[in-house]
Design a protein around this ligand. Structure first.
Ligand code: PXG
Length: 295
């Protein structure tokens, strides 16, 4: 089946899905997006992704021209039209077409597009051996500049950090906030295991509140672990028993090393593996059926 893309209410062949060079999503990164995943015919935590999308849009005073239930149907319809049961969905809303000035009030209707594709997973080797992290010098955008809980099209802060990661030959990078507390990684949230407890930076550290993060908190509590959200510095990471990252693409990815220092045993830890298995069990049964929206 050839792929189709949803753009402004229509499903068009992927090669014909185009946005204007005057779109402020492109000119200024003025817009919001979501990365969503479907497993075995079900979209994982779709409502939560939509809630975050609409909250992000409110955060930049962008009115989405579809109701949440219309958006839900559009997502399901796009996945179904591509014949996918396992998918990675990119949902984007931009400020729309304007002139060359910044002023968003001069833009017409927001542009909405949805791409449903297959996912590029980390190689299995990553889950067997663990990721190598560095600490990035690029500080995570402070909430007083642009709230990192807004999933905006402005990813340059994360991209600059990702460049440091690439230059260091590492797999991912830890981003600190202005006060030196651990915030998150360039495109994933971070968790530690210390003395049998599971710890993750609290939202006040300034990060994107991941849908996977929220699901992992649920799964860890259901498995009987004490789950703490806290402010902590790099030293806590280096001395943790286990460390792992969470994200829609990665699910739960173990960390073996930070700045050349082994974390715990230097191998994926038992609690990390247990939580990953429990998370995969959740993705297999929890979710909005794709057929529901394809009719
Ligand atoms: N922090 C940041 C900065 C992110 O961009 C996450 C955490 C994890 O959130 P979810 O809701 O996915 O659990 C993200 C999301 C990619 C890609 O292609 C990943 C994200 C964003 C953009 C691209 O890997 N991650």
């Amino acid at each position: 089946m050839s792929s189709v893309v949803y753009i402004d209410g229509e499903l068009v062949p992927a090669g014909e899905a185009k946005v204007s060079v005057y779109d402020h999503g492109l000119l200024y990164g003025d817009g919001v997006f979501e990365g969503i995943r479907a497993y075995n015919g079900r979209v994982f935590r779709l409502q939560e992704h939509l809630d975050r999308l609409y909250a992000s849009a409110r955060g930049i005073q962008l009115g989405i021209p579809l109701s949440m239930s219309e958006m839900e149907s559009a997502v399901l319809r796009t996945i179904a039209a591509n014949g996918l049961t396992d998918a990675y969905v990119r949902l984007v809303v931009t400020r729309g077409i304007g002139d060359l000035g910044l002023d968003p009030r001069k833009c017409g209707a927001p542009t909405v597009f949805i791409i449903a594709s297959t996912i590029q997973l980390y190689p299995v080797e990553v889950y067997r051996a663990g990721l190598r992290l560095i600490t990035c010098r690029t500080v995570r955008t402070p909430p007083s500049s642009l709230d990192p809980s807004v999933k905006s099209l402005n990813y340059l802060n994360n991209i600059l950090a990702k460049l440091e990661v690439a230059q260091a030959g590492a797999d991912e990078g830890i981003m600190l906030n202005q006060e030196g507390y651990v915030a998150e990684c360039t495109a994933d949230n971070l968790f530690l295991v210390r003395a049998g407890e599971v710890v993750t930076p609290s939202p006040e550290a300034g990060m994107l509140i991941g849908v996977t993060r929220n699901a992992v908190i649920e799964v860890a509590r259901a498995a009987g672990y004490v789950l703490r959200e806290a402010l902590f510095r790099l030293g806590e990471v280096l001395t943790a028993d286990e460390c792992f990252l969470t994200g829609t693409g990665a699910e739960i990815a173990p960390v073996r090393e930070v700045d050349g220092q082994a974390i715990g045993s230097g191998k994926p830890g038992p609690i990390t593996n247990e939580l990953h298995a429990a998370f995969q069990e959740l993705t297999a049964r929890d979710g909005t059926p794709i057929e529901a929206g394809s009719r």
